[in-house]
Design a protein around this ligand. Structure first.
Ligand code: SF4
Length: 405
């Protein structure tokens, strides 16, 4: 498995696959060809079909600025990845001087064809949760100790990740107005937070605060703000909301929350390694289901549950998202995405409560590795129309299509 630094990354919204991945690729390409005077980018697959609504063209033009960059939305893609782009560089005489074929793998991760970069190094030798748990039980005795054994320098990065999450939630709670794009959806995080504060019942107040924090993070994401992939940007509000709540409302220390990020991150990494975290590949179960699993594992760890109940909480969180489709209206990461983050953070809390109670009454028959394999299998059965193409589902019920010039 790759580094947790490759799972948790700060980047521009609204989509890890559609903005963070092209942004990273464009930055690296610019550095590789510093003498280029102009660039072209061809977008393929889901990047072509929903790139306009996800602002892929704008992030690429901004990244190459002040040098000109032309964007082409293409359909005939010959590579075995659902999302990709071809970047070309030109000299002063308009001769091509460089070309990269880039695959967007989900969560802002990229693979550049015929290139070898450090960030794709395998840091952890284990691949499945059962292999990881075996090593944790025999040698390290906790998931954070296991993480620090393989990634000695990861704590500082995760502290930055935590701060990035807090900043995104705070900005979202302070900002009102209309989200960018043709849907003209108003931001409501601040209103939800004020409604939460007016509730006398502490449990109801906390649940609504969690929803408000998830909305705050994902409204920032939809407005192209800087947000942390966890594991993706579309689903980033689940972990961000939980972390912010545990810190500001419950008083959990940042040190403990960094450990919770390690625990959630290991579950996210197992999903990434054995299935997918990309909505374009596996539907929304791969994004929101994964985020909910990560949050459930993180919260179970903070609550002091033993390893088997941490696994049970993460398993419940994924099992009950199986089959969830990705049908973003107009290609924007707004409907159903923002509301879905609010629903999923509540579900992560319930998954922990159920693991703690049901798990004490009987052993769980479904392991986390089983549910990850099932998610992968289910994702392959989801029709292309319901995998981040905006060609079906809610995306065709509400008929809005940004123009692709
Ligand atoms: S529906 Fe889910 S997978 Fe699709 S863009 Fe929205 S959050 Fe991501």
């Amino acid at each position: 498995m790759e580094s947790l630094k490759e799972l948790y990354k700060l980047g521009p919204g609204p989509s890890s696959s559609h903005t963070v991945a092209p942004w990273r690729a464009a930055q690296m390409f610019k550095e590789r060809f510093p003498d280029a005077v102009a660039f072209d980018v061809e977008l393929y697959g889901s990047l072509s079909l929903t790139g306009k609504g996800h602002f892929t063209d704008q992030i690429l033009i901004r990244t190459f600025s002040p040098k000109p960059c032309k964007i082409y939305f293409r359909l005939n893609w010959e590579h075995p990845f659902d999302n990709g782009l071809i970047i070309k560089a030109y000299d002063v005489r308009s001769n091509p001087i460089g070309q990269w074929t880039v695959f967007s793998l989900g969560g802002g991760s990229i693979k550049v064809l015929d290139e070898d970069f450090d960030f794709q190094r395998q840091i952890y030798p284990q691949q499945s949760l059962s292999e990881i748990y075996k090593e944790v039980i025999e040698t390290h005795h906790s998931i954070p100790a296991y993480v620090l054994h393989y990634e000695k320098d990861v704590e500082a990065h995760l502290m930055d990740v935590l701060e990035g999450m807090f900043k995104a939630v705070r900005r979202g709670l302070e900002t009102t107005g209309i989200l960018p794009g043709l849907l003209e959806i108003p931001r409501v995080a601040k209103s939800l937070y004020l409604q939460a504060m007016s509730k006398d019942d502490l449990s109801a107040q906390n649940r609504l605060k969690l929803v408000a924090y998830a909305y705050a993070n994902n409204e920032e994401n939809a407005a192209c703000g800087m947000v942390v992939t966890a594991p993706t940007l579309g689903a980033s509000g689940v972990m961000a909301s939980l972390m912010y709540h545990l810190y500001t409302d419950i008083g959990i220390s940042k040190h403990k929350l960094v450990q919770a990020l390690m625990v959630g991150g290991i579950f996210g990494n197992v999903i990434k390694e054995n299935a997918t975290i990309s909505g374009a590949i596996g539907g929304c179960q791969a994004e929101i289901g994964s985020a909910c699993s990560m949050a459930a594992a993180a919260l179970a760890y903070v609550n002091g549950l033993p390893l088997e109940l941490i696994e049970y909480a993460a398993e419940i969180a994924m099992e009950h998202h199986l089959g969830l489709t990705c049908d973003p209206v107009g290609g924007y990461v707004i409907i159903p995405c923002i509301e879905r983050n609010g629903a999923a953070v509540l579900r992560s809390i319930d998954a922990v409560m159920m693991a703690e109670t049901v798990g004490k009454a009987k052993p769980n028959r479904v392991s986390f590795d089983m549910v990850v394999r099932t998610m992968n299998y289910t994702g392959k059965k989801i029709a292309l129309e319901l995998r981040e193409t905006s060609l079906g589902g809610l995306a065709t019920e509400i008929n809005i299509h940004p123009i692709q010039e």
